[in-house]
Design a protein around this ligand. Structure first.
Ligand SMILES: [Mg+2]
Length: 270
């Protein structure tokens, strides 16, 4: 698995904490697909999702990799596709958005396929009321899911999860999942996930038949880590060594350096 891509020696560590055993000079960009989470993976986390800064070189790097991979590069995020497109404008990439609720299989396609209905407004109102527990709690409506960010009010974590549990107990028929993240509690439809989106993506050209490499940093990415073996793919976490991954990066800066390195290596062998 590790031979299928170049491992930047300073950036990625294998699960047993060795630096990649060899420089792994076998470059097979014709055979891999890159699947990339955004927040905490490609870009550093910020106090609120709107404060995230996209480094200027990231867009051109993703564009170049997208072209080199013949389109087999996708963003996989809890953010909705509109939000993703605003972040990376003018670049538009294939993407799984809203934790699998939205799909765009091809960058050329304007079509966004919905895999779940928007969240019920009555349900949303219940979560809005939880945000009123403290001014530091930020409610984010992602359309298909909602998020309660408490990076500015970490002392409220327990109260938030207790209130969310109370909503679930009150509405047992609501088919929702609660995803604990880094200072964020996300609530989404139970029927979709990043993994269902990635499975669908991997069944379509140009992803189908390629070896997927997924990079993600958070609990919400674990469903994708879990299915990578079924595609003979590799999974990499960021900031920590997550369970079952093939390697990990220290931070988003190292992920970006590694992506740039893939292109550098490509230039060298051409
Ligand atoms: Mg993330």
């Amino acid at each position: 698995m590790m031979d299928h891509c170049v491992m930047e020696k300073s950036a990625v560590r294998t699960v047993d904490n060795r630096l990649s055993a060899s420089p792994a000079t076998i470059l097979e960009l014709d055979r891999i697909a890159l699947l990339l989470d955004i927040d905490g993976t490609l870009v550093e986390l910020a106090p609120t999702p709107r404060d995230v800064i996209v480094p200027p070189q990231l867009g051109p790097t993703l564009q170049a990799l997208y072209e080199r991979l013949d389109g087999a590069l996708a963003l996989v995020s809890g953010r909705g596709l509109t939000d993703i497109d605003v972040m990376f404008a003018p670049l538009q990439l294939p993407a799984v958005g809203g934790h699998g609720a939205e799909m765009r299989l091809s960058a050329e396609s304007e079509a966004v396929a919905a895999r779940a209905p928007p969240m019920d407004n009555d349900l949303k109102r219940r979560f809005i009321s939880i945000a009123k527990l403290d001014p530091g709690i930020l409610y984010e409506d992602k359309g298909y899911s909602v998020a309660l960010h408490y990076r500015l009010a970490p002392q409220c974590e327990r109260a938030i999860y207790e209130a969310v549990s109370a909503v679930r107990a009150d509405l047992p028929q609501a088919s929702i999942d609660v995803l604990p993240g880094k200072f964020v509690c996300e609530i989404k439809h139970a029927g979709v996930s990043k993994a269902t989106g990635v499975r669908e993506l991997m069944n379509c050209a140009p992803f189908k038949g390629r070896t997927p490499l997924f990079i993600g940093d958070d609990v919400t990415d674990e469903s994708v880590f879990a299915i990578m073996p079924s595609f003979h793919g590799g999974s990499f976490s960021v900031g920590r060594r997550a369970h079952g991954v093939d390697g990990y990066f220290a931070n988003p800066n190292d992920v970006r350096a590694w992506l740039t390195h893939l292109l550098d290596e490509e230039a060298m062998v051409r």
